[in-house]
Design a protein around this ligand. Structure first.
Ligand code: ATP
Length: 243
């Protein structure tokens, strides 16, 4: 029998036990996540899918250190996030790359300057040729001839590729992507996720991707399916559920 990579006890990047999450206070308090358990290893590409309102973005933002975890245990890169301070979350976020539905590029910066910005956050790049690193990363996403373009002069797919270059330039251990193909046509969407897959595999980076786009499910090593705030299946069953 062939074991799945997550069963082999490889290096754990994210480890979640009995995680619950609530929004609001008092009578308005509403539970959004219920007893989530999940192990994610180095280099895995995980797609999270499920109906609208099922809790995918809430879980993704918790795993990205973008909001504080309230109850249970959430370990990211060997750090407990439940009860972590703002300062701890900020330093954790330097190890994570983010790609969102709307590319979130700075409109007043060129493609190169957008990628540079993410490198400038890291001391280790300060004595290197950051311009050259940014250009090299843009070449890797096929935009070597667009480095000095502003976002408004790029197509949707090109903007999303700049966002990928920006997210991966500093070789983060984790990349989070929330609906990265939502604003793209079929071909551009496919190109964008295949590029993410290729770069992540080269860098040994873990990708967590939330999507409603059934056409890209095959790039995942594992599919996690959510419903009503619960993780209802993980792995092969999940793939069958969304077909
Ligand atoms: N900031 C918030 N305040 C209050 N309730 C929230 C907040 N964010 C999300 N929720 C609620 O938590 C639940 C899960 O929402 P979430 O956005 O995680 O779902 P989702 O699966 O990502 O949905 P979609 O696919 O539509 O983006 C929903 O019932 C939502 O209304």
């Amino acid at each position: 029998m062939q074991l799945e990579s997550h069963q082999l006890g490889e290096e754990s990047v994210i480890s979640i036990q009995d995680l619950n999450h609530y929004f609001g206070e008092g009578a308005l308090r509403k539970q959004a996540l219920f007893d989530i358990n999940l192990e994610i290893n180095k280099g895995e590409i995980i797609i999270m899918t499920g109906p609208s309102g099922s809790g995918k973005t809430t879980l993704l933002t918790l795993m990205g250190g973008l909001r504080s975890a309230q109850s249970g245990s959430l370990r990211i890169l060997e750090q407990e996030i439940c009860g972590a301070s703002k300062k701890q979350l900020t330093s954790l976020r330097r190890n994570i790359g983010y790609i969102f539905q709307a590319h979130n590029l700075m409109t007043f910066l060129t493609a190169k300057e957008n990628v540079r910005m993410s490198l400038e956050l890291h001391d280790k790049y300060l004595d290197q040729d950051i311009d050259a690193l940014a250009v090299n990363m843009l070449e890797m996403v096929g935009l070597g001839n667009r480095v000095d373009y502003y976002p408004e002069s790029l197509s949707g797919g090109q903007k999303q590729r700049v966002a990928i270059a920006r997210a991966l330039a500093s070789h983060p251990k984790i990349v989070l992507a929330d609906e990265p193909t939502a604003a793209l046509d079929k071909k551009s969407g496919r190109d964008v996720v295949e590029l993410m897959q290729k770069l992540a595999k080269e860098q040994g980076c873990t990708i967590l991707l939330v999507t409603h786009d059934n056409r890209i499910l095959d790039i995942a090593d594992r599919i996690v399916y959510m419903e009503d705030g619960k993780l209802v299946s993980d792995g092969i069953d999940a793939a069958a559920k969304v077909k």
